[in-house]
Every structure is written in C-alpha cells, then in structure tokens.
Design a protein around this ligand. Structure first.
Ligand code: B16
Ligand code: MG
Length: 227
C-alpha cells in the first residue's frame, strides 16, 4: 500500500527563505515605525503576503492606520525587496534530503504536488532547478482562502487527480498542518512545536520515502481497525 501523492509546502520544506521574508518585512515595518524581530517572524510562516502585513500592523498598533491602497503599496515594496534577495537563490538552497525524496517518490510512481501560498513559488522552483520535479503546483493567485483553510491542498489534489484521503501533506507551519488535517490528508510536520501532525520531524534530512511509506501503512492499519 502506498499513497497516491505527496503534496509539499515550499518555504520551510523544499527550501527556507523565511529569513529573506523577515529581512524584507523588517525594512518595510521600520519604514512605518514598527520594529519586528525573528521571534515575531515565526508567526508569519505560511501566512499570505497581505495576511503577514496585517499581522505586522496589528503588532505595531497600526491596524487601522493605512488605506487599502497604502497597504497594497507596502506589500508591493516588501515583495520587491524579497524578489531582489531571491536573485541569490541557487540549487544549493534545496533543503537536505529533499532531492533524494523527490527522486524516490518519482521512482515509486507517486504523484508530487506543491501547495505553497507564495506568489513567488514558480520563480523559486526555477531558481532551485526543481520546476520539472512537480507534477502539479497549485496556483496561489487563484486562492480565495489562505491556510489554515484547506483550499490550496484541495486544489493540489484536484490538479493531480487524486483524493485528499489518499495523500500525504508536508508542512512547516501550524496553519499548514491545520489545512492538511482539514481536508483529511495525512499530515507530516517539519519543525518543533507543531501540533496535530501524524508524524513530526525536526528536519527535512529525516524526511525519507521509507519513513513516509511506513507512516502511510501505519495510518491505513489504524483506519482499518476503526471500521
Ligand atoms: P509571497 P509557503 C509562504 O510560503 C511563506 O511561508 C510566508 O512567509 C509568505 O508570506 C507567503 O508564502 C507568501 O509569500 O509574498 O512570496 O507571495 O510556506 O506557503 O511555501
Ligand atoms: Mg512553509
């Protein structure tokens, strides 16, 4: 028994650009008189661009201080800074174990999907030379609801032609784990202090096909016992 597909988050699972997001947000926040640090930045993992801006403004007590047009300009400035920083991204930035896992999944005939809320995901995959490694990438631009809503994982399953209940999802953010669980996929979490994942690992180097295969069989046996 094996899953029909494994669907990956991008930032924090395939590569880690959280620090680049942070540096760009820190600059934009400073421009409007708000100071943020790396600890605060943890809250922005897996959160959309505008969602992140809203959290920063609320943190700085300025939730109501800007019009929609001004907020759009702040988000655009952050993205320009972030995209500029992405120019340094190379295949060396693929996280440990990921290339081997993608190769093993391909060899086992398992679908490979992407469920990232980043509008920069296509450019990031190109820079990592991984664009051809995915069978389907859900389009973040078409999302109505961001994680923890399951919409992006459901869209990835639909694009792959598989049922969520037949898939494993891999995430580094609590909002992402909640999204995976909300559509009935098996959840794998990467990082400390994530709750609700059926398997939680400290780092991507531990994310191997034998491990995912064993998790899948264990979950299927548990489901069968409950029926
Ligand atoms: P962008 P993921 C997320 O990527 C990041 O974790 C989050 O920090 C970022 O705000 C979001 O993408 C949007 O990114 O500004 O490039 O559209 O974890 O869903 O792959
Ligand atoms: Mg992530």
């Amino acid at each position: 028994m094996q899953p029909d597909a494994v669907i990956f988050d991008l930032d924090g699972v395939i590569t880690d650009t959280a620090h680049l997001h942070f540096v760009a947000w820190r600059q934009v926040a400073a421009d409007v008189g708000i100071s943020i640090d790396e600890t605060f930045n943890q809250q922005l993992k897996g959160i959309s661009r505008m969602g992140s801006l809203e959290r920063i403004l609320a943190y700085g007590g300025k939730a109501q201080a800007f019009s929609a047009a001004e907020k759009a300009a702040l988000a655009a400035r952050k993205n320009a800074l972030y995209v500029d920083a992405l120019r340094a991204l190379t295949p060396q930035a693929v996280l440990p174990g990921i290339n081997a896992l993608l190769t093993a999944l391909r060899g086992a005939g398992i679908g490979i999907g992407l469920a990232s809320v980043s509008l920069n995901a296509p450019a990031i995959l190109q820079a990592l030379e991984l664009a051809d490694a995915f069978d389907f990438c859900a389009d973040a631009a078409r999302l109505t609801h961001s994680k923890p809503d399951p919409e992006i994982f459901i869209a990835a399953c639909a694009g792959l032609g598989v049922a969520p209940a037949r898939c494993i999802g891999v995430e580094d953010a609590q909002a992402g784990i909640d999204a995976i669980n909300a559509c009935g996929m098996v959840a794998v979490g990467i990082g400390a202090s994530l709750t609700g994942a059926q398997l939680r690992l400290d780092e991507t180097a531990q994310l191997t096909w034998p491990r995912l295969h064993a998790l899948w069989n264990q979950q299927r046996r548990a489901t069968a016992r409950c029926q």
